[in-house]
Design a protein around this ligand. Sequence first.
Ligand code: MV4
Length: 448
Amino acid sequence: MFKKILIANRGEIALRIIRACKELGISTVSVYSKADEDSLHVRFADEVVCIGPGPSRESYLNIPRIISAAEITNAEAIHPGYGFLAENAEFAEMCEASGIRFIGPSADMISNMGDKAFAKEKMQQAGVPTIPGSRGILKGVENAKKVAEEIGYPVILKATAGGGGRGMRIVRAPEELEKAYATASGEAAAGFNNPDLYLEKYFEQPRHIEIQIMGDSKGNVIALGERECSIQRKHQKLIEESPSPAVSQELRERFIEAAVKGAKLVNYQSAGTIEFLLDGEKFYFMEMNTRIQVEHPVTEYVIGVDLLKEQIRIAAGHEISCSSAYKIRGHSIECRINAEDPDNGFRPSPGRITNFHVPGGPGVRVDTHVYDQYNIPSFYDSLIAKLITHGNTRDEAIRRMIRSLEEFVIEGIKTTIPFQLKVLNDPDFQSGNFNTKYLEHFLAKNNS
Ligand code: MV4
């Protein structure tokens, strides 16, 4: 096992990694920016290294400084968390070239799966259902027209280097295609340095279901159930849960079989997520994420596994310790508490927290790096806490979430808590009757 790990991240996930390391007897190094001097990931690590000023480019995204910090502290491995450098193939490559284990899949895996059209072709080869559309990237707008005529409108153009909703254009009629192609391609070139697009049939109201997978260096792959991630606003998830109210045991088994087949074909190693669109009873591969995700705790609750410890053990060459014969235990829900003002378009609300009290009691978990009098810097994303509840049933998990959101005291800044309370109390949420369009409709309904 590693003796020392450097954590190349901040916020709640840096703390989560420190906690896993402590339980594994691994000593920790935190890197931090000037803006994070008072952060808990600095307080709780065994060693700390300041890597630059507040802006991410000069600190949490500065590869040479992070590698140097690992070298001077003799860290054997780097955990990238999520965001920042977690899916940066160049960073994974630089770690390995410097003799430091990158806790995640290989650089080649990151770059291959980061190419969405390529990942889709691979999954198709594995026999995983994929969304009807172009084979690989489009050769130009004429090619796009031809494929669109074949599969029928509406279609969606996606940047192969994109993901998470960036560089996408929905096209409802042939006469819109040319312009949409130019905009999407231009956006992709500017945003990802790669203008290539692929095309798919557009589903109007699918659900977003993802499967947690784990692969080790011995060729073992397991799929740890699904997460329902349809409650999103502008491609930012706000509430996630496991299991999904739309997934029967029979459907779950088909999801798991597909995810394992796909992950085995590419010889996936580490923790990862396979994202699917679910339309009725049919599901289709969408993207693969090669990182630990924000919403991993709901899987931890219902499977009874510590995904961070498992991911670290696997990176050290151990076999997966979790059995594929797990039982799904009850139901878990996560609310992402953001420092944002839901009454003003969810605009960021950084600043000092003047009063802070976290909920507790049975089946309640709070993952947060903030505390009373903490000052939220404006440089980073607005996630300040994850509130996760567990219950024997979905209903119990919902009631626990409602009472926990009510117990949560965060003063001095605006948060998403009042908004999440409204959603948790909505009959459509409570009945499990929602899809990826739910929040858009909910906001329209509640703002008129
Ligand atoms: C789609 C789709 C419908 N049809 N692809 C959005 C994020 C990116 N990962 C892919 N996305 C979508 N792809 C086809 N062929 C609808 C979405 C989508 C969506 C997906 C998941 C969660 C929320 C969403 C909100 C709007 C659109």
